[in-house]
Design a protein around this ligand. Structure first.
Ligand SMILES: NC(=O)c1ccc[n+]([C@@H]2O[C@H](COP(=O)([O-])OP(=O)(O)OC[C@H]3O[C@@H](n4cnc5c(N)ncnc54)[C@H](O)[C@@H]3O)[C@@H](O)[C@H]2O)c1
Length: 331
């Protein structure tokens, strides 16, 4: 059986759906702090046999009980708080949830001899880039508590490999976008901080979109990020899982499209997709945000035989369809 922590959230639920399609047995463990029970209900409609456990990684007993009860072979660890600005406001809450929660999970794994994990890491571990695109050897100097949490967990995973032979694949996502192509799932954060869903919300609700800062050191002054489609990202998880099964070795991969897009470029592409002008204004720059992040995905191309294939406009289209469904509450 596969354990998916954070499977009621955006990326974890898409991963769960992929396993359901492949007839794998899965258990989702989630405290529903940012995930949704409706997402679990949707997954259950496709396969009623999936097991959902409402539990919190901060509680060692709750996660240990899962390993005690079920025979788990591999863990996909998505559960995390992941809002950069919130992490700077309340670092203690982030260290407790993300780092201590992960330590509880790893302790339970070691106790029950489950020695394989795929971990959702982030481009935030790199901080301000020293060079672009960012490869796996790029210096790791995170500039916010969220990025520091992720790097800490990566380091702990390496130490658990040395001491307990626990093998991990760390997948460092850049900016994940888009939705399931059949509209079944999509990005659903009650407090949305991500760019594309917020542009789409502004367009649908005819509200002015806020661009946070236009004086970054970039071609048009707005932040540049590398956007990776959720469907491509899930394929990378599948390849990483097969790689771990075959080689039983720890490794790490940067996952992005190797293409940088500015906020203004994303806004323009969304306008084209929706065939609608979107009103915007420039607001104050957010703290703790690097100006440019672009991934070098060569290692994942070569070793995982994986490529980012989806066009940005297609990702935006799927995100728009999903957002409309969400707003009509027809999920
Ligand atoms: N979305 C992105 O662009 C992006 C980029 C880089 C990395 N990541 C990482 O990918 C993972 C998934 O991100 P997402 O966008 O799906 O986030 P999400 O908030 O939609 O999902 C996270 C899930 O984890 C659950 N969770 C949080 N703390 C928990 C705890 N202590 N115990 C049990 N469950 C808990 C939440 O309820 C939620 O369902 C996270 O680790 C995130 O840091 C995401």
């Amino acid at each position: 059986m596969i354990l998916i922590t954070g499977g009621a959230g955006y990326i974890g639920s898409h991963c769960a759906l992929e396993f359901i399609k492949n007839n794998e047995k899965i258990i989702i463990f989630d405290n529903l702090s940012t995930g949704h029970i409706e997402t679990i209900e949707m997954l259950k409609k496709i396969n009623p046999n999936i097991i959902f456990i409402k539990g919190d990684l901060k509680n060692l007993q709750e996660i240990e009980d899962v390993f005690k009860k079920y025979k788990i072979e591999c863990v996909f660890h998505f559960a995390s708080l992941s809002i950069v600005q919130e992490s700077a406001k309340n670092p203690q809450y982030y260290y407790e949830n993300n780092v201590m929660g992960s330590i509880n999970l790893l302790n339970a794994m070691v106790k029950y001899k489950v020695l394989k994990i795929i971990f959702s890491s982030s481009a935030a571990i790199f901080g301000e880039p020293k060079y672009l695109p960012i490869d796996e050897n790029h210096p790791k100097n995170p500039i916010n508590p969220y990025g520091k949490n992720k790097l800490e967990i990566e380091n702990i995973l390496d130490d658990f490999d040395k001491k307990y032979n626990l093998k991990s694949i760390k997948l460092r996502y850049f900016n994940v976008i888009g939705a399931n192509k059949k509209d079944l799932l999509g990005e659903w954060h009650d407090r949305e901080t991500h760019l594309i869903p917020n542009i789409i919300k502004s367009a649908i609700n005819q509200k002015t979109f806020e661009i946070y800062g236009d004086n970054y050191n970039t071609k048009d002054g707005t932040c540049i990020r590398d956007y990776i489609d959720i469907n491509d990202l899930i394929k990378a998880h599948h390849s990483a899982y097969l790689y771990l099964e075959k080689n039983n070795k720890s490794d790490d991969f940067n996952l992005g499209a190797k293409q940088g897009m500015s906020v203004k470029e994303i806004l323009k592409t969304t306008e084209k997709v929706l065939n609608q002008k979107i009103d915007y204004k420039i607001s104050q720059k957010r703290q703790n945000e690097p100006s440019v992040l672009i991934s070098d995905n060569t290692k994942a191309n070569k070793i995982l035989n994986w490529e980012a294939e989806t066009l940005l406009s297609d990702s935006i289209k799927s995100a728009c369809q999903w957002e409309l469904k969400l707003q009509k509450k027809s999920i």
